[in-house]
Design a protein around this ligand. Sequence first.
Ligand code: ADP
Ligand code: MG
Length: 330
Amino acid sequence: ESVVNRIAAGEVIQRPVSAVKELVENSLDAGSSSINVTVKDGGLKLIQVSDNGHGIRYKDLPILCERHTTSKLSTFEDLQSIKSMGFRGEALASMTYVGHVTVTTITEGQLHGYRVSYKDGVMEHEPRACAAVKGTQIMVENLFYNMTARRKTLQNAADDYSKIIDLLSRFAIHHINVSFSCRKHGAGRADVHSVATDARLNAIRSVYGVSVAHNLLEVEASDDDLSSSVFQMSGLISNCNFVAKKTTMVLFINDRLVDWTALKRALEIVYSATLPKASKPFIYMSIIVPAEHVDVNVHPTKREVSLLNQEIIIEKIQSVVESKLRSSNE
Ligand code: ADP
Ligand code: MG
């Protein structure tokens, strides 16, 4: 059974960056306003995510890492949001099958926190009282220690680290009311460092730099006249002065970080037709659709989505982007 669990877990957590994504999403779900990530050896030696969220109650610790254990299924609204998330209560459990997980947490009003380690879905020992500051710190050590083949395919720590940096950068420019940092273990300087702000441009400037932030156009689109296709998009897209080697597309649908290749391709086409010299855009978009319009992607690690009425939505966004680019280029 443990081999089966390990294989399943290896599907959920494919690389260090998959673990970081799950941990950071949990921190966001816990209402954190500050999330700090530390990484050693591209995440294989250590991933540590510290937040200042609501913490985990003592009584929840024994089952925290059991598969299918989630605290997020209480209301109908939550049931709908599963549809857009694809799966529930698998992430932490999976990490305990392929790494050493230690949780330190304190809830509101408690005098001390608790620390506990997990292996294969269960606590290794009773929770131990410890000093703790507000929130939760989760450490994942020796990821894939029991998956030799996986470790062999993940030998480029720099590559894994850059994927983690890329992930945190994306979170930071969407969740602008949250402070994020990401650094290598022992490093003083953070490689992602964003302070909570009210202005998205500030976040983009501190994460992606001045040359991106100074060359952005605001775009908005919605389509509420069609009863079958209700969506709202707002975003920031690069103008004719922004030149890059590759497209950066940061997309959140219903506040979840996703990939939507069809939209990315469609917008690249608009850019090369409209601004051939600036044909590799920087694009940030946030799209809101009814939860039931997001296709349930059964595979938990896939960021790729598909939406009901996607052709209509893509065409609408394409035309808004095209006219914005044309008018700013005149
Ligand atoms: P899910 O997020 O789908 O519920 P996870 O395996 O990612 O499943 O997490 C299991 C549970 O652990 C969550 O439902 C939540 O109750 C708790 N949890 C995990 N991380 C945190 C955190 N940083 N702060 C508070 N609670 C957390
Ligand atoms: Mg989760």
